[in-house]
Design a protein around this ligand. Structure first.
Ligand code: MIC
Ligand code: SF4
Length: 644
């Protein structure tokens, strides 16, 4: 039997299930990571499991999202995570050490292993040949406790890379090209595997840019082979011993093939407000811009930063443009400083920010009203930048740097000679900002500090026999978790305070939603297709649950979000006939007879719209395990029931 790279890793980590596409498989997880914005919940949940020490090969807690400390809240969260990590055997990457995915790639990821992280861009580690998944915090907590991670066995997409990129065309353009071709739903239910002769022309951080943004395809994950380039990267990181070659068998079979000739690509931009709204930069060239942000887990490696520094050298940022640069890690920033490239960045007038997510999650640097912002990031969803009417374009660092100088969008392939950068043989290695956990003997004496910002997790309730509720909100296609539970500097500090967070739920779509939901005691949400795409934040399930949302009916769901809904006891149901969506209206009273019984054993349920008489067939496609979780009112209740 011939296997793809992902199938080989799955086979080695399979605990139960069979590898037929679509059936549920349970995987053994080697490593976990959390970031602070999702980490507080993950650790509260881990604590609730009462397991003294993590049972993984390695677990790391990063602080990178909520780093603006405009009040005590974020600092409280940091301290909680630091102490809980120390007590339970988890390494702690201190604020300032960098963005979780960049640091994990540098210091911990390894070919052939499995990783889950409470962040949707965890597949960044696929650039090094690791099978890495974004997951809800609760799933990460379970994996830290040694439990399996459940997914449905994905189909395999092969992206065959030929040729080599032309100067000033970047890895970012490769993934934007994939997004242009298959869109934000094109990867749903699939693992995207890269192969072909073009792979050897891409460095590990470039591969990681591509696997990182595979999240925007809706893919389960993305992965590259592990080869001589991987080995060289690991050697430069002083970690050659974890190298292991990995490639797909010659005759491995994929469900879908995509071919990209790298040499024919040109710089691309994802236009507002979706990562798959891709156009050639050449077509948009000359557009006046207000802001440029370079960084994020997609494009903040040393290679990216050295390229940007070389392009900025001796120039000045255009007077109408504000340029921010956030290097991905302390390692990157340190090396930029040592080789003098940082001086070129500073001299050009860039505003150098700390090594963190920063503007990517709206943690500062929101554009001006109606501002046009070029960002090297991975998401340009409506309002994510913190300015609702801003227009965000996603581009490569090369396009960003050239445009920051010109004040208008520039296709860098049309400017003079390309810059040349030299990558060092070895990176500057220091893990002095990664705290080691207490030894098992000392851990009991570590006090976990919970400041007043940290509130307990609301409990889920078992479903009623029949569902009788109002369709309290109707939304369209491709609703993101940034719509459901917005982030940004004003809201993120409340990630460990669900009651407060609930004041912002769905306000991007409907400012009155939280108040209405509270007044009516909840209801049911109606969504279009790909409901819940984007971030892994379980708050997009936890907060609606707190507001009394019992079910979401949609044309289709995004993978991580549907798992989060089930984890928190909200029943996700799909419309068998998508046309029924049009007959169901916000404010309608709906009734589902035998709701609980359908969850227990049925594939179908029937909805009656009591307001206009419409009947709609609903699909309940759950595994046995998911049915039990939903009947218990969520995973926390279910785990407790099992323990008793
Ligand atoms: C994001 O990029 O949307 C985030 C912020 O990193 C999220 C996690 C979160 O909401 O905390 C993600 O990608 O999962
Ligand atoms: Fe951070 Fe942005 Fe990456 Fe999310 S996408 S992990 S906010 S840098």
């Amino acid at each position: 039997m011939a296997y793809t790279i992902a199938q080989k890793i799955i086979k080695e980590h399979l605990i139960s299930g069979d590898m037929t596409v679509g059936s549920e498989i349970a995987l053994r997880i080697d490593q976990t990571l959390t970031q602070d914005a999702t980490g507080t919940m993950a650790y509260l949940q881990f604590e609730a499991m009462e397991i003294p020490r993590v049972r993984t090969e390695l677990s790391v807690a990063y602080i990178d999202h909520n780093t603006l400390q405009a009040g005590f809240e974020n600092a409280d969260d940091h301290r909680y995570i630091q102490t809980v990590a120390k007590r339970h055997g988890i390494r702690f990457s201190r604020p300032g050490n960098g963005i979780c995915h960049q640091v994990h790639l540098e210091r911990f990821a390894r070919p052939g292993g499995t990783l889950i992280g409470s962040d949707s861009h965890t597949p960044t580690a696929g650039g090094i040949g690791m099978l890495a998944f974004g997951a809800g915090g609760l799933d990460v907590a379970v994996a830290m406790g040694g439990g399996a991670y459940y997914i449905s066995m994905p189909r395999m997409i092969r992206v065959e890379l030929k040729g080599a990129l032309r100067p000033y065309v970047a890895a970012k353009d490769v993934i934007l090209e994939v997004l242009r071709r298959i869109g934000v739903k094109g990867g749903v239910g699939a693992i995207v595997e890269y192969g072909g002769e073009g792979v050897a022309t891409l460095s590990v951080p470039e591969r990681a840019t591509i696997t990182n943004m595979g999240a925007e395809l809706g893919a389960t994950t993305s992965i590259f082979p592990s080869d001589a380039t991987t080995e060289a990267f690991l050697r430069a990181e002083g970690r050659a011993e974890v190298y292991k070659p990995l490639s797909a068998d010659e005759d491995a079979v994929y469900d879908e093939y995509i071919e990209i000739d790298l040499s024919t690509l040109s710089p691309l931009a994802a236009c507002p407000h979706s990562p798959d709204n891709v156009k050639p930069v050449g077509e948009l060239a000359g557009m006046k811009i207000d802001q440029v942000c370079i960084g994020s887990c997609t494009n903040s490696s040393l290679r990216d930063m050295l390229t940007v520094a070389a392009m900025l050298k001796g120039k000045t940022v255009h007077p109408d443009v504000s340029l921010s640069i956030s290097p991905g890690s302390k390692q990157v920033l340190n090396m930029l400083a040592e080789c003098g490239a940082l001086a070129d960045i500073i001299a050009a007038g860039a505003r150098v920010l700390e090594c963190a997510c920063g503007p990517c999650i709206g943690m500062g640097f929101s554009p001006k009203s109606g501002g046009i912002s070029l960002r090297t990031f991975n998401r340009n969803f409506l309002a994510r930048s913190g300015t609702k009417d801003a227009q965000v374009y996603l581009v490569s660092p090369e396009v960003a740097a050239a445009s920051a100088i010109a004040g208008v969008l520039v296709d860098p392939t049309t400017i003079s000679e390309p810059v040349r950068i030299t990558m060092p043989e070895a990176f500057r290695i220091s893990d002095n900002m990664i705290d080691m956990p207490a030894s098992p003997e000392e851990s009991e004496s570590v006090t976990v500090e919970k400041g007043p910002n940290i509130k307990s997790i609301p409990k889920g309730a078992a479903p009623a026999e029949d569902l009788s509720a109002e369709l309290i909100l109707k939304v369209g296609d491709n609703i993101t978790t940034d719509h459901i539970m917005p982030a940004g500097a004003k809201i993120l500090p409340y990630r460990s305070n669900v009651p407060k967070l609930s004041e912002f739920c769905f306000t991007v779509c409907d400012p009155d939603f939280p108040e209405r939901a509270r007044a009516k005691g909840g209801g049911v949400i109606l969504g279009g297709s790909n409901y819940g795409q984007g971030s892994s934040r379980e708050h997009a399930a936890l907060v609606p649950q707190y507001l009394g949302i019992r079910a979401v009916i949609a044309k289709s769901f995004a993978r991580i979000h549907v798992a989060n809904l089930i984890n928190f006891g909200i029943v996700p149901m799909t419309l068998v006939n998508e046309a029924d969506y049009d007959s169901l209206n916000e404010g309608d009273e709906i009734y589902v007879e035998g709701f609980k019984e359908a969850i227990r054993s049925g594939d179908k349920a029937y909805l009656v719209d009591k307001t206009n008489g419409t009947r709609a067939e609903l699909a309940l496609s759950f595994t046995e395990r998911q049915r039990k979780i939903l009947l218990a009112g969520g995973t926390l209740n279910y785990t407790k029931e099992q323990d008793n």
